[in-house]
Write a protein that binds this ligand. Structure first.
Ligand code: TRP
Ligand code: SF4
Length: 399
């Protein structure tokens, strides 16, 4: 496995900007981001170019939803002081690396990615027999590899994209990480660490390569990390040399599987814009209240006197997410014995107004003049996007 220093502390994830976010996004993805931002160095970005692969005929929806989406993120507590937020199309290196990767990626690898055929089936009304759509996962690979991200939080459907990224990185390193005089350069770099460290490095490397000793590998990697006096190029050589390959230009990421949201839609199906059953993150309280009041319940409860089963009712999972133990007990008993009505059952949720706590969140922020400056290209660069440029220093294909 090809890794580089600090890689596993770095998390990167993106979200396509195709419309308003809803509570399904919150419980599936954003809650996770809010937690991760305190534990890792996080990069979160708006994948507006990815949105274009399916919305190329009407790109206007993308422009507005980029900003709407960032507001949603801020409203739920994604903090631009902790996580680095940016918009994909403001960092042209994404397109540049995508182009380079496209030169060496076999078409069959892309055709094999399950989402390619699945999405074409699911979105029959759109013509997705395009070059851009086939390359969707490869653009995602570029997003990840630019930042040398170690962990990529994704849902189950996207794990194959991270897998592809690893294969592409391996192929890239194999093709371009082998310099003609790689071994000589690595030997010279070892000497630069000083006698004692050089000896230690060689011993650890031998232990790993001859005996497969992974503890030795980890110690050697830590040793390299602590070396202040070697160049970036040498460091990459020595990381690669340890594992027996060439330079690790693009390290392989790991998928960090995000649990699917337990939050169903207003009709009990998965919450999704295409089913028209969502509770948007920032919706007027009256609108949400009305949706809750009219949402269907266990069909067995035709009359007030008919007992019901919370297990068959779309309202119950909302209680599971939002209500305390006492309320839930009251619901279970009241429903099964038909001693409460469905409107009674929904009332604590309506009163608690938990579901709309995000509506007012970013209002103060939005009143601040120029709040969107946090995502200006200049601010984006300042906040560490230099990593996006860093990889270029290591890739001198024609040198
Ligand atoms: N394809 C992802 C999705 O639909 C969005 C995305 C784009 C992404 N680039 C990424 C996710 C890089 C993780 C890493 O959800
Ligand atoms: Fe659903 Fe509550 Fe009505 Fe039971 S009482 S069917 S749980 S809404």
């Amino acid at each position: 496995m090809s890794s580089v220093p600090g890689q596993y502390q770095r998390v990167l994830s993106g979200m396509r900007s195709t419309g308003k976010l809803h509570l399904g996004h919150y419980h599936g993805v954003l809650q996770n981001w809010v937690r991760l931002q305190h534990e890792y160095e996080c990069f979160f970005f708006v994948a507006d170019w990815h949105a274009l692969t399916t919305h190329y005929e009407d790109p206007s929806i993308i422009g507005d939803s980029v900003w709407e989406m960032v507001i949603d993120w801020l409203a739920v507590g994604v903090n631009p002081g902790s996580a680095k937020l940016f918009i994909q199309s403001q960092v042209p290196e994404h397109a540049e690396l995508h182009l380079l990767l496209s030169m060496m990626t076999p078409i069959s690898w892309l055709e094999r990615v399950p989402t390619y055929k699945d999405q074409q089936e699911a979105l029959k009304e759109k013509d997705l027999a395009t070059y851009g759509f086939l390359g969707y996962p490869l653009l995602q690979s570029a997003d990840i590899l630019i930042y040398k991200a170690g962990q990529v939080p994704v849902g189950e459907d996207q794990v194959a994209h991270v897998e592809l990224t690893r294969e592409v990185a391996r192929r890239f390193n194999h093709l371009y990480g082998r310099e003609r005089d790689f071994e000589a350069k690595a030997e010279a770099a070892i000497k630069k660490m000083g006698k004692k460290n050089a000896k230690l490095y060689n011993e650890l490397r031998r232990k790993f390569q001859e005996k497969g000793d992974h503890a030795a590998l980890a110690t050697a990697q830590a040793l390299l990390e602590s070396q202040g006096n070697i160049t970036l190029g040498d460091r990459e050589r020595l990381f690669g040399f340890l594992e027996g390959g060439g330079k690790i230009i693009l390290p392989e990421p790991q998928a960090l599987l995000t649990q699917a949201s337990k939050m169903p839609g207003l009709d009990g199906q998965k919450m999704s814009k295409s089913y028209g059953n969502t509770i948007p993150l920032r919706e007027e309280p009256e609108v949400v209240e009305k949706s809750l009041r009219t949402m269907p319940t266990d069909p067995a409860r035709v009359r007030l006197t008919d007992p019901g089963d919370p297990g068959k009712c779309p309202v119950w999972p909302l209680h599971e997410v939002y209500s305390d133990d006492d309320t839930r007990k009251w619901v279970r008993e009241g429903c099964r014995s038909a001693s409460i009505g469905c409107l009674d059952c929904k009332q604590p949720m309506i009163d608690a107004r938990n579901w709309h706590r995000f509506a007012s969140g970013p209002k103060t922020l939005l009143k601040t003049p120029n709040w969107c400056a946090i995502l200006s290209p200049k601010a984006t660069r300042r906040r560490g996007m230099w990593r996006g440029i860093l990889w270029k220093k290591c890739v001198q294909l024609w040198a």
